[in-house]
Every structure is written in C-alpha cells, then in structure tokens.
Ligand binder design. Structure first.
Ligand code: SF4
Ligand code: SF4
Ligand code: FES
Length: 324
C-alpha cells in the first residue's frame, strides 16, 4: 500500500546580503510522507524547485551538528525534525536561520562568535609545563571521575543552544551555553591543572550573565543540559573564590534572603550585591521603582511555614558538584 502523503507548505527565509535585496519568505509546497525530516524536504526543494537555496548540512544523522536552524521558531536539527508533527501543530513549516549569529545567505549563518567563545574556554587539557607527567605514566581516569563529565561529551557543537539563548542576544560578552558546558567538562577533569584559574577567569568572562532560563537545555538535541552545568560552574566558582564577584554576591545574597524570610528583601539584596557605594549609584533607579512599588522599602515578614523553607535548604545544600 502506498505511503500516505501530507501537503507541506514550507516558508523559507531567503536573503543574500552580498547580492542586495530585502530579506523575504518564499513558500514552497510539496507532498511528502509525514516522517520526512525537514532537511530532506529542504533538499527536495533545492533539487526540484530552487537550486539557489543555501543551507548547511552533512551527516543527515544528527551527528555532525551542521543543520541546526529555526523550525517554527524553535532551534532544532533539520535532519532530526520530522515534518508531520510540525504541520499538525502549525499548519505550515517556517524555516529561518539560527538566531544570535549574522546571516551569510539564506539559512547559513556566520558562526565565528560561537567558535570564538568556545576557543576562549581553552577546551583542552592544560598541564603544567614545569611539572610534566613522568614518561610512561598513565593518565587514566576512574569510571566515577568520567561520570563527573555528566552529559557534556554528547555535545555535537550544533549551536542550537546558542541560538536559543537570551543572554547571548543581550550581551556579546556571554560565552554561550555550549562553551560553558565545555568549560565544565575540563573543570571537573582531574587531569587538568588549571581548574582554579578557569573558575576564577570565567567569573569575569560572563558566567554570571546566564539568566537560568533553561532554554538552552530545552533546545539541545543531545540532552547535554548546559544550563545545569552552568549552575554547577556557579557553585564551584563560589566555592573557589567566595563572593568576590558581583554575580556571586548576588547569588549568595539571594539565597540568604530566601532562607531568612522565605521571600526576597530587595533593598537588602541590592546592598549585598553592590555594597553601600554601588547602591548609591543606583539610587535614581531605586527611587523610580519605589514610587511604583513602595512596599519594597519595608522589611518583608517571615512567611508562614519558613521551617519548611529551612528544610528545603538543608536538603539542597550538598557539597558543590564536581568538587575535588
Ligand atoms: S539558562 Fe543561561 S545559558 Fe541557558 S539559555 Fe538561559 S541564559 Fe542562556
Ligand atoms: S550543548 Fe547541545 S545544543 Fe548546544 S551545541 Fe552542544 S549539542 Fe548543540
Ligand atoms: S546534517 Fe548532521 S546533524 Fe543534521
């Protein structure tokens, strides 16, 4: 029996900055089985309807990480996303290039910032040249030590997380979720001799810009869970250096605040984060907020059931993950 086909209306973002002309969406319509990957649909379009359609791909098996793009506004691998569910949910398939990276042509983006951030993490073992490993000595790891890498070795560098990340969009200094997941992998590697230096440097190189929205983890096709590893890095950074950075002071203050009263004391948090002098610099902004929300100047009461909050803290306060 012939396979049932669905009608796919595919609206593809088209733009050739070098050739001039405004960006536009071009509709292609084709009949395909519902399990057809979006990448296959795009390659059919290129073969049968428009050979100028430009996209990046290689393995067609969710291995090389080349084909990430926006599919109905979500960062996905085109070779791993079947058309059927997209059509069922949205009625059409809108294909756009990844976000947070400048367009080169159609669906191809310039990944230079993504790879530069990766390089800044020094994603390789760093050993002390003055203390080389003795000749012939093994640098093997125990299974428990390998376990510390968590899911990070699964990363295929597809940049879907980078495309989904609002912190990357807001601040070019933020290295992005994939780069930080790579950093985590080397921070917990017992053979690496730059752990402390890595944890100190990353605090001023964007670690605290992460908003903890978890959109990167949602977007990741390999379940690398970058946002969880960034959380671990923050815990390890505080353990390594205490609250010496603004971001770490904010995190420590936030945690103390909730522990004491079960709700945030916003005035106190500003003081804990920025100190007296820094807070004076924010007085104008604070006054504007106070006019709209005067209750922020009152000391919040301890909430009912604060003992339960204390129990949660006791439960969730283990040794920082990956601590060695
Ligand atoms: S959790 Fe952090 S790294 Fe992940 S998407 Fe949100 S801001 Fe970006
Ligand atoms: S962490 Fe996930 S989404 Fe990000 S580059 Fe690696 S595989 Fe892709
Ligand atoms: S083509 Fe390689 S991951 Fe999609």
């Amino acid at each position: 029996m012939p396979e049932k086909l669905v009608t796919a209306h595919v609206d593809v973002f088209r733009h050739d900055p070098a050739g001039g002309g405004a960006p536009r969406y071009q509709r292609f319509t084709l009949e395909l089985p519902p399990h057809t990957p979006v990448l296959t649909a795009l390659l059919r379009i290129r073969a049968e309807q428009d050979p100028s359609l430009t996209l990046r791909y290689s393995c067609r098996s969710a291995i090389c990480g080349s084909c990430a793009m926006q599919i109905n506004s979500k960062s996905r691998l085109a070779c791993q996303t079947p058309i059927g569910p997209e059509i069922a949910e949205h009625g059409r398939i809108v294909i756009e290039p990844m976000r947070n990276q400048a367009g080169v042509r159609d669906l191809v983006v310039d990944q230079t910032p993504f790879w530069e951030a990766y390089d800044r993490m020094r994603p390789h073992l760093i050993t002390d040249p003055l203390r080389p490993m003795p000749e012939g000595r093994e640098t093997s790891m125990t299974p428990a030590q390998v376990e510390q890498f968590r899911e990070t070795p699964r990363c295929i560098s597809c940049a879907a997380c980078y495309s989904a990340c609002p912190a990357v969009e807001a601040d070019a200094a933020f290295p992005g979720p994939m780069a930080l997941a790579k950093l985590y992998r080397f921070v917990v590697d017992p053979r690496d001799q730059a752990r402390q230096d890595r944890l100190l440097r990353i605090q001023t190189e964007g670690l605290w810009l992460c908003l903890r929205c978890h959109l990167c983890t949602e977007a990741c096709p390999k379940d690398v869970r970058p946002s969880e590893r960034i959380r671990d890095l923050k815990e390890m950074a505080i353990a390594a250096q205490g609250g010496t950075e603004r971001g770490s002071r904010h995190a420590i203050g936030f945690k103390q605040n909730i522990r004491e009263r079960g709700q945030l004391n916003e005035m106190k948090l500003v003081l804990q984060t920025d100190g007296i002098l820094g807070s004076i610099g924010q007085a104008g902004q604070g006054f504007k907020i106070w006019r709209k929300k005067p209750e922020i100047s009152k000391r919040p009461r301890r909430i009912e059931g604060i003992e339960e909050v204390e129990e949660i803290y006791k439960e969730l306060d283990p040794k920082p993950k990956g601590d060695r």
